[in-house]
Design a protein around this ligand. Sequence first.
Ligand code: G6P
Length: 657
Amino acid sequence: MCGIVGYIGDKNAATILIEGLRSLEYRGYDSAGIAIVDRRKRLFLLKKAGKLKALSDCLINRHVSGHLGIGHTRWATHGEPNEANAHPHYGNTRDFLIVHNGIIENHHELKQQLRKDGHRFSSQTDTEVAAHLVEKFYKGDLLKAVCRAIGCLKGSFALGVICMHEPDVLVAARKDSPLIIGLGKGENFIASDVPAILSRTRDIIYLDNNEIARISKDEVKVFDAKCREIQKKKVRINWNTDSAEKAGFAHFMIKEIEEQPQVIGRILTHRIKSKQVVFENLNLSRAQLKNITDIQIVACGTAYHAGLCGKYILEKMLRIPINVDTSSEFRYREQIITKGRTLIIPVSQSGETADTLASLRAAKEKGAKILSLCNVVGSSIARESDGVIYTLAGPEISVASTKAYTAQLMTFYLLGLYLAGIKKTIADKTVLNYLSKMKKIPALMRDILKNQKRVKKVAHEYVHRYHYRLAEQFKFLEDEIVQFQDPVKALEFAEKWARLSHSAYGRRFGDFPFLYLGRNVNYPSALEGALKLKEITYISAEGYAAGEMKHGPIALIDEFPLVVCIATKSAVYEKMLSNIREIKARKGTVLSIATRGDKEIQKKEYSNYVLEIPEIDEFFSPLLVALPLQMLAYHIAVGLNCDVDQPRNLAKSVTVE
Ligand code: G6P
């Protein structure tokens, strides 16, 4: 979602803003802009639709100097992604400029009131009202004007504000959208996320809800909503920029896929001490944890799939009811929470997902204890929970989540063991057996990654099949055209077909949907496999519990869809084989994810393609099954020339509802 950067200091603001915005590209956006002010109070404002390159290309051979500035990447919510709607926005005059992440819910009413006062609007955005409000309330003190303006706003916001009358001040404010302040020497920064400023400083302040900051080059002062100064803690970031760089890989996604053995190894080393699972920031006593009678997991997207898998894991280990819900549903339904008994587990890579944060707050209000699983240290979800378990995946840049997912899975296994130890639901011998199996997982992951050639081959064969089919369609078009005697009709027909074919191409694989089937602990793996593919290739893909196949998806089966069947050795293996037989009986094309050495499944009557994982206890198999599914999606996306790391319309961190 939208990314914000701001700078005040002695260096060239334009360079710093573009560099910062580049590091925020991963959040997803469709237009970008910057506003720079110099000491002679001259303003430079530039906005462009499309990628950041369109903006930075305009700066080539143009000397833009200025010591103060704000920059923005916009993910459109109100109004299409064009130049007028791109940020920064200003009021009636260009004296007050503003960048915003979030949604101003009462923008309609505010606009009507402001119009009556003579304000004219030049965009369709909700943000613009904030600039007009600041302008309206300005009486010589920018901080106070912003303070009054945000008092009128309903919804969520992270704001960066500058004003031509005070060229030595940058004001920042937040409510329900992330914003940090970077502390430098003789310079300071604001940003939506740490990577944007990490090459400049490691010292940051996390702004909390309803806080507002007045930032000059030498000083940062933070105030509450009533403009009373408050003291904030400085936090030192101890990870480095390497993890936010591609390091020779073609894409962040493949780099992050390859990092998984290392991430899982790190989690195990960090969390297992003397054959005991340890967590540092639980802030929940053993007695409190012992009293838990039910658990509710809430999450979105990939984290939701990890949560679903977490249900299988925790139920097996704890034998208590575990519910899982997407945050956007949980927050609005009747939440059944027994005070002191229900534990809520929000799962989130970014720790900023708006719906997950809202679910956390709703449950907290009803007296539930919150233990979150987060990747980003110091994120809003981490800070608002009673306890947090960091998933230790390191920065994840690719929009499609990979290493954060397996890190969440591993954390669920460890949490299960930890809670089972307190509740005495697993025998000590079983705990030791599980721990020793878990320790082998990084090596097994490495083994899968070594065999990437096979995945590439399968992906390429499939891409070839698609292109072949497309070529056939065009051939049909040519044949039809020559049948027309009337050149005008022929042209009309050709145009119509070109449009149709174009949209088929735009939809990619319209004729080649994917179906992912899995059972039991690998049912969530099927959902995640389908999600990975659709996110980065735009191919229509569905994940299903294999047992549900007969209740709908089987109607799709002929030779065109590719059915990915997770049929590794397990208690439900025979059931999966019988699903596969039913697919093959209908001329279906099957790609099996199978256990190495399984000769049966290699047979033509079962599989057209096979991707193998090494032998593993089925309970832990989701950790391995994830890898071929991620790689398959990746290599198909590369074959189709898709924008792997920044797929269209998606955002890494969904900070608005
Ligand atoms: C977006 C991202 C997904 C992510 C989901 C939840 O949709 O594109 O990759 O799984 O948000 O994000 P979270 O940060 O809460 O895990």
